[in-house]
Ligand binder design. Sequence first.
Ligand code: GDP
Length: 280
Amino acid sequence: MSINLQWYPGHMTKARRAMEESLRLVDMIVEIRDARLPYSSANPDLAGMGQGKKRILILNKSDLADPEETEKWMAAFRQQDMIPLSMDARVRGDCTGILRLLNELAAEKKAKDLKRGIKNRPARLMVAGIPNVGKSTLINSLAGRASTKTGDKPGVTRGLQWIRLSASLELLDTPGILWPRFEEEAVGLKLALMGAIREEILPAEELALAGRKLLEERYPKALTERYGLSEDNSPAWLTELAQKQSLLQKGGEPDTARAAARFLDDLKKGKLGRITLESP
Ligand code: GDP
């Protein structure tokens, strides 16, 4: 399966270098993943980057994810010494939690710096993650609360803007964009199903079939509940779905292509319920 062609090796090297450059300027990294895919939406290299920096892990789009699974993932991440938070980055209220946490970490850093006699400056952070996980949305939500761009600073790479979030906290306004684990076939499939990559990795009907298989393993009732499909696992399910949803061709024949598109769209938008496609 060839997916995500935009990430040819040259681009990956460039993205990695840009990320490493930004990382040198910050004290904390806020990594965003998709709560529906806490494994598959991770960048394989990020864990090894920015050693010694504080890390906050956001499971975003938690409004679309299975709350029980999100809890399990959060517990697993805590065991790995990460600080996980789940949220909907579009909701300003959800940003209160992360802002509180960031300010606490900034205060800790300040205390440490003072002890070591280091002149205090605001703690700096950046947001990083694979495309589409909600990086810009989070930056906008955070910035919206206290949007004062601090502009270029001497000694800082030109063009980088810092947004002051509080007296002791500054946010880099450009997120670090990283590539997914696309060498794993199942990862590409899940990312496509959740709309995290737009590339068409498979024809819609095949993708729908693969999606249905995954759904059946984890949420066997979802299709029956949403569409009233029979539970007999019939290979003609797209025909049945087209009929149930009145997706018909001109001659009145069931339109399976539109049925596949409808299913995929509903899956992405959470209309088949709150779904998480992998467990810790
Ligand atoms: P980026 O590529 O990581 O910067 O992702 P964006 O911030 O552009 O978000 C990608 C899409 O996901 C946009 O359509 C957002 O509105 C949507 N989005 C972001 N955060 C959330 C969330 O927590 N829940 C839901 N349902 N959608 C979100």
